[in-house]
Design a protein around this ligand. Sequence first.
Ligand SMILES: C[S@@+](CC[C@H](N)C(=O)[O-])C[C@H]1O[C@@H](n2cnc3c(N)ncnc32)[C@H](O)[C@@H]1O
Length: 191
Amino acid sequence: MTVAETIQPPFLVTPLPGKGMSVIATAPIPIDTLLFSELPLLLLLDESHSTPLQTRVLAAFNKLPPKPRAGLLSLCSNLDQGKKHTDEAIALGVWKANNFCLDSEGTVNGIFELAARLNHACIGGENCRWEWDPETREMAFYTVRDIEEGEELTHCYRPDWRMGTKNRREALMEEYGFFCGCTTCESPEED
Ligand SMILES: C[S@@+](CC[C@H](N)C(=O)[O-])C[C@H]1O[C@@H](n2cnc3c(N)ncnc32)[C@H](O)[C@@H]1O
């Protein structure tokens, strides 16, 4: 067993009301701690954008080996759970809910199995950030402040969205398909 394998990560993945699966600190975690790093389940590298996004996502999904395919299908898709969906419909729902845009041009996008479990908090409410290494193709998550045991680990899906709560919630619904229940949006002091 390696040293890394003997270290217990200081968090667990568990459901929270209204948010689905969530990541919770199981011990105090200091600022600037590397929480984890991981390779993508699915990565889209498309410089040209000549093919529609849905086609590219499905082409990459249909080439996945069984393990990452099952991992991807197990992620949150925001589809109606009462209905039956094809694997391709689930894959597109998972893509919408979980893909990370990894470069400033929007040409590199990926899905990461553990990173996909961190919920969003609007700007200022988040406690984690991520970095993408294009050389190793790893995503690393770090804390951006000291975190208490029991706190939810979050990152801000759209730090560029600096607008009032109502507009931000509408934009999050439009872009990601969920009604934001982060501490910032729930605060009575927010507009
Ligand atoms: C990347 S996933 C995060 C993990 C997800 N909760 C799960 O069950 O796997 C994004 C989805 O989580 C939920 N979610 C994330 N942040 C949220 C928030 N601030 N308020 C409510 N739901 C949120 C939404 O369903 C969203 O589409």
